[in-house]
Ligand binder design. Structure first.
Ligand SMILES: [Fe+2]
Ligand SMILES: [Fe+2]
Length: 146
């Protein structure tokens, strides 16, 4: 396949994926309407918000492959890098708190719900740290071409 064909294929995948995200959002709404349970409602709200963000990320990917030029330059990254490094410290503090809290729930018995929600938070905070670490990797890969 040519570069253009790969681009079209990926963009088409993003457009299909967005349709699934929309179905997912509708599905979370139906489940939220059906239950008063705060844990189930919270889980469905988390998924709903994530689906909205996924939809936007898919939009950005599709647009970057279609008409709109989406760029990321070393200068643009350098302009905020100090602040991002400070932000990474915040993420690390939250990971420590999540791990510590999880350990406590494991020592005490009968904290299944708290453990379940803390595991979710830990994974999410680790994801925040990782997405910034990966940005650092892109930055490293870009610099020779700057
Ligand atoms: Fe999704
Ligand atoms: Fe975070």
């Amino acid at each position: 396949m040519s570069i253009k064909e790969y681009q079209e294929k990926i963009a088409a995948n993003m457009r299909n994926w967005q349709k699934i995200e929309n179905s997912g959002i509708a599905s979370t709404n139906r489940i939220i309407e059906k239950t008063r349970n705060p844990v189930v409602r919270m889980v469905m709200e988390i998924i709903q918000r994530d689906s909205e963000m996924h939809h936007r990320v898919q939009e950005l990917i599709a647009e970057s492959l279609e008409a709109t030029t989406v760029t990321l330059s070393p200068d643009e990254l350098a302009a905020v890098w100090g602040m991002i490094e400070e932000h990474v410290k915040l993420e690390r503090s939250t990971i420590e708190l999540a791990k510590n809290s999880l350990e406590e729930t494991e020592k005490a018995k009968g904290m299944l719900v708290q453990h379940y929600l803390l595991e979710y938070l830990l994974k999410d905070e680790e994801k925040h740290e990782e997405i910034l670490a990966n940005l650092d990797k892109i930055k490293g890969g870009m610099y020779p071409y700057a």
